[in-house]
Design a protein around this ligand. Structure first.
Ligand code: CO8
Length: 258
C-alpha cells in the first residue's frame, strides 16, 4: 500500500511506520492521521507483523496537529466532523504492541500520539510538550487525561498550563518515557525492543497489553480480578506449556501463538 504522509517498512516481523511530512515537522493533518490508522490496522491484521514501531524524523516525531489545516475551522466544523475522533479510536484499539520512538519534537497531538502508544523510547534530543494553551485550545486526543495518569497532576498541569517543553531526561524521570538512548541509536534500539517482543507468544503479549491498559479504565480491585482471570486463562494455551517446559529443560521456548 502506497501512502503519501507516512512510510511503512516491514523489518522481519516488525512494522516500522515513519511519519513523513518533513515540510511541516510531521504535523498531523487529516491525511496523515487517516493513513496512520489504516497502516496500523493493516499491521494489526497481518500475521507476519508481531510488533509495531512509530517514529518520525530526527528533528520531529510530530509537532502537533496541523495548525494550518485547523486554523479557520469553526466549532460546528470540528464538532460535525468529530476532528480526528474516529481515526484516533482506531489507533487506540490496535491489539499488537506499539512502541513510539521519539526524536526531536513531540508536541501537542504528537506528544498525545506518543502516549497512546504502549511505551515510548526517547532519543536524547527529544522534547515533549502540550503547547495548545498558546493557541487558545486544549489537547484533543487524550493529552490532559493520559499525561495526568502517567506523570501526575502537578507536572501535567505545569506542562498544559505553561506550554513548556520537557527534555528527554526530565521525561524519563517523570515516567513519560521508558528509556532514553543516544539519538543516532534510536531506531536500532526501538527495533531491538520490538524484536524482543516479537519473540514472545502473541497471545501473551496481547493479554499483557490488555491488562495494563485495563488499569486506566477501572478500579484496582476490578483490574486485579481481570488480571487474575487473564493469568488463569493463559493456562489454556500451548504457549504456557511450552514456556514453562522450556524453562525447566533449560532451553529457549518456541512459541507458536497457540
Ligand atoms: N502545524 C502546521 N505546521 C507546522 C506545525 C504544526 N503543528 N509545526 C511546525 N510547522 C511548520 C512550520 O509552520 C514551518 O513551516 P514553514 O516553513 O512553511 O513556515 C515548518 O513546520 C518548520 O517549523 P518552524 O520554522 O517553526 O521550525 P522551528 O525549528 O523554528 O520550530 C517548533 C519548531 C518549536 C516545533 C515550532 O514549529 C512550533 O512551535 N510548532 C507548533 C507546535 C504546536 O503548537 N503544536 C500543537 C499544535 S495543536 C495540537 O496538537 C492539538 C492536538 C489536538 C488533536 C490532535 C489530533 C491528531
Amino acid at each position: 500500500m502506497a501512502y503519501e504522509t507516512i512510510i511503512v517498512e516491514n523489518e522481519d516481523d516488525v512494522a516500522l511506520i515513519r511519519l513523513n511530512r518533513p515540510e511541516a515537522l510531521n504535523a498531523l493533518n487529516s491525511s496523515l492521521i487517516s493513513e496512520l490508522a489504516e497502516a496500523l490496522t493493516e499491521a494489526d491484521n497481518n500475521d507476519k507483523v508481531r510488533c509495531i514501531v512509530i517514529t518520525g524524523s530526527e528533528k520531529a516525531f510530530a509537532a502537533g496537529a496541523d495548525i494550518k489545516e485547523m486554523a479557520e475551522k469553526s466549532f460546528v466544523d470540528v464538532y460535525n466532523e468529530d476532528l480526528f475522533g474516529a481515526q484516533v479510536q482506531v489507533i487506540e484499539r490496535i491489539r499488537k504492541p506499539i512502541i513510539a520512538a521519539v526524536s526531536g519534537y513531540a508536541l501537542g497531538g504528537g506528544c498525545e500520539l506518543a502516549m497512546i502508544c504502549d511505551f515510548v523510547i526517547a532519543a536524547e534530543n527529544a522534547k515533549f510538550g502540550q503547547p495548545e494553551v498558546n493557541l487558545g485550545v486544549v489537547a484533543g486526543i487524550g493529552g490532559t487525561q493520559r499525561m495526568t495518569r502517567i506523570i501526575g497532576k502537578s507536572k501535567a498541569m505545569d506542562m498544559h498550563l505553561t506550554g513548556r517543553f520537557m527534555d528527554a531526561a526530565e521525561a524519563e524521570r517523570a515516567g513519560l518515557v521508558s528509556r532514553v538512548v543516544p539519538t543516532a541509536k534510536l531506531i536500532p534500539e526501538a527495533l531491538a525492543a520490538a524484536r524482543k517482543i516479537a519473540e514472545k507468544s502473541q497471545i501473551t503479549v496481547k493479554t499483557i497489553k490488555e491488562a495494563v491498559n485495563r488499569s486506566y479504565e477501572t478500579t484496582l480491585s476490578e483490574g486485579i480480578r481481570f488480571e487474575r482471570r487473564a493469568f488463569h486463562s493463559l493456562f489454556g494455551t500451548e504457549d504456557q506449556k511450552e514456556g514453562m517446559a522450556a524453562f525447566l529443560e533449560k532451553r529457549e521456548p518456541q512459541f507458536r501463538d497457540k
